[in-house]
Design a binder for this molecule. Structure first.
Ligand code: PHE
Length: 336
């Protein structure tokens, strides 16, 4: 009996050592230690045939064998579990990593901020007005009769009779002068709207920056000097500014201002840009000063309306204005 027990134990331990997985071990456990069919149970059933002297030793040996096989099964199970590679079913290593988006200031907003910073340094304050405005502020007070082509529905987006999306920031001139007495020195950035065809140099909604100075003794020389100073600070000392005679109902004389700048390439070579029109400007028409109750005999002023998208175009050497308004992240992400 003891001999048979030893053999059983040897066979079982060998089988346990060979076991490949938990299922193998379970089969081995049933085969050797199973209550009904197990080989140890079979042996123990033979205990009754032994003599009273042999029985206790055989019983004790059977218990030891049972315990040691139990330990061996547990040990092998732990071994197999440790050897098994850790499976993490939720981790897909083939997935591309998540992309982090870092926001940047839109190049047109950057231009507005930088333009504002320069004018603030020259003593200007900031003003603003509504994007939905009336014919009075957008046209009439600005000395623009309603039969002027600019007031035509072809050019201006009307919301209701007399009510429109402002076609320029010049109405902020009127709103500011109505509220405050001279002297005035303001910068007024904002969006404006026109029924323009969408092309490389025109978009139906675009940013504009109004500038207005009114005081005693202000002349066109002040305007030219201020603008030349602005251009040098903004684009660098090599920048050229050109004034072309023009017409606006609210300025007399009027001018359009073009800028040409020198771009220094990475290899040190220089390239001049084309002349790019950046603003309409002029001396404030006395009729406009009269409309807001200023004494036009005593006060004079100048004003401009600048396109910051054109300014950004020139700054970055971009050729098509539409790129600034299409919000393609691949384009906008370059202006960090
Ligand atoms: N408001 C004009 C425009 O949008 C620009 C301008 C502003 C011209 C101020 C003269 C003075 O075209």
């Amino acid at each position: 009996m003891i001999e048979e027990l030893r053999k059983l134990q040897r066979d079982a331990l060998a089988a346990i050592r060979e076991a490949r997985d938990a299922a193998d071990l379970e089969r081995i456990r049933v085969r050797y230690l199973g209550r009904r069919e197990g080989r140890l149970s079979g042996l123990l059933r033979g205990l009754g045939r032994l003599s009273a002297q042999e029985r206790p030793a055989a019983g004790a040996a059977a218990n030891r064998a049972k315990r040691s096989l139990g330990d061996a099964l547990k040990g092998r199970l732990a071994e197999l579990a440790a050897a098994e590679p850790r499976r993490e079913p939720d981790l897909d290593l083939t997935l591309p990593p998540r992309r982090k988006w870092r926001g940047t200031i839109h190049p047109v907003s950057q231009a507005v901020d930088d333009i504002w910073t320069i004018f603030r340094g020259l003593g200007f304050t900031r003003a603003r007005g509504p994007e939905v405005d009336t014919e009075w502020y957008n046209f009439v007070a600005l000395n623009t009769p309603l039969d002027h082509p600019a007031a035509d529905e072809q050019d201006t987006l009307y919301l209701a009779p007399g009510l429109l999306l402002r076609s320029h920031t010049s109405p902020v001139q009127i709103r500011t002068m109505e509220k405050y007495p001279p002297p005035i020195r303001i910068i007024a950035p904002g969006m404006v709207y026109r029924r323009d065809t969408y092309d490389a140099t025109h978009t139906p909604a675009f940013a504009q920056i109004e500038g207005l100075v009114v005081d005693e003794g202000v002349t066109f020389v002040d305007f030219k000097a201020t603008l030349a100073e602005f251009a040098r600070r903004f684009w660098g000392p090599g920048t050229q500014v050109r004034f072309r005679p023009s017409f606006f109902p609210f300025t007399e004389p009027s001018a359009e201002v073009d800028v040409k700048r020198v771009i220094v390439r990475e290899d040190g070579s220089e390239e001049e840009t084309d002349w790019i029109e950046i603003m309409g400007a002029g001396m404030v028409d006395p009729a406009v000063l009269d409309n807001v109750g200023y004494d036009s005999e005593r006060y004079t002023g100048w004003a401009f309306g600048m396109g910051p998208a054109r300014v950004a175009l020139l700054r970055h050497g971009v050729r098509d204005l539409r790129l600034f308004y299409e919000n393609d992240m691949r384009f906008l992400g370059q202006f960090t």
